[in-house]
Design a protein around this ligand. Structure first.
Ligand SMILES: [Zn+2]
Length: 315
């Protein structure tokens, strides 16, 4: 039998990843910086080139599916983008099924990126063996996905479980890109980091003046080196992520919460703090909820796509 080849695309705000799967194994991938304009129509030709390059270099002449993990709200039944949040806004008007069919004559699938990462971890990663789990992805934005009693949560309008970045932490807080105030994302994501530093009363003027130079990687490094300002930012963001995790536990009743995204390179600092907060403050009389790190890392959404394109009818 000839192998089944799948292309999975994770369309991130900063990095776009394209993976080639052969019979369920990720055999090759390309990582590239996302276009700064975050425009879908102008990103697709670059993606097409990368897909063709992956196919040529691996001697693949036929694809059994192409999928996109998208940073917005998606109707996965009709394979359309419902709503965006300052990323790939023009995607709402594109016929992506037709795009996949006209170029590669392949079936197409699209869903929310954090939901797909959750499915990837559930089937192949840290969530294997659990039937109720929540995943939180902390990156440019903050996303989430939920599996409840063995079922992927979608809701009436495909947004259930996906809006973990927009749970309100401070109802008087900073205006979020979604239009609400004080969301987890507005208070503790990379996209808002510069503003978080600028607005903070307790940070030194020197540190604030360099806010444009910082990302979470440098904040965690400086904090490790003893920089007090970086420690304040790091510790507050971890507290906010912990508060969000407790909200998810109360909302979705999972057995395990999986944390993913680029910031989890510092899991050794983040996970114990969040575990402690959950142990102290979450209302979980029946069972202790496990806090774990993503085991598929930045490839989790690619694995979720592979699963949805080849095996989803099993569940
Ligand atoms: Zn928001």
């Amino acid at each position: 039998m000839s192998p089944i080849y799948i292309i999975a695309i994770d369309l991130g705000g900063t990095i776009t990843k394209i993976g080639l799967f052969e019979d369920g194994k990720l055999i090759d991938h390309i990582k590239m910086n996302s276009r700064p304009d975050l425009n879908m129509a102008t990103s697709l030709p670059r993606i097409e080139k990368s897909i063709n390059l992956l196919m040529d270099s691996n001697k693949v002449d036929h694809l059994s599916g192409i999928g996109i993990a998208f940073p917005g709200l998606v109707n996965n039944k009709e394979n359309t983008i419902i709503s965006t949040n300052a990323k790939y806004d023009d995607g709402v008007n594109l016929n992506l099924e037709e795009w996949a069919r006209s170029h590669w004559n392949a079936p197409f699938y699209i869903d929310n990126d954090a939901r797909l990462a959750t499915i990837g971890e559930w089937q192949y990663g840290s969530g294997k063996g659990y039937d109720s789990l929540v995943m939180m992805t902390i990156g440019t934005g903050i996303g989430s996905g939920v599996i409840m009693n063995g079922k992927i949560m979608y809701g009436k309008h495909f947004q259930a479980g996906s809006l973990g970045g927009h749970f309100v932490i401070d109802y008087k807080g900073r205006l979020c890109s979604c239009g609400n105030k004080g969301c987890v994302e507005a208070l503790s994501s990379s996209a808002f980091l510069r503003q978080i530093i600028k607005d903070h009363d307790a940070l030194s003027p020197l540190f604030k003046s360099q806010s444009q130079n910082y990302n979470f990687k440098t904040i965690f490094q400086l904090a490790e080196q003893g920089n007090k300002d970086a420690q304040i930012v790091r510790d507050e963001c971890i507290e906010i992520w912990g508060a969000a995790v407790i909200n998810y536990i109360h909302a979705y009743d999972p057995e395990i919460v999986i944390l993913g995204g680029g910031v989890m390179n510092s899991y050794n600092i983040i996970v114990p703090h969040i575990e402690k907060r959950v142990a102290e403050y979450a209302w979980t009389p029946s069972e202790k909820v496990t806090v774990a790190t993503s085991s598929l890392g930045s490839c989790a959404a690619l694995y979720g796509l592979e699963y949805c394109l080849t095996k989803k009818d099993r569940i």
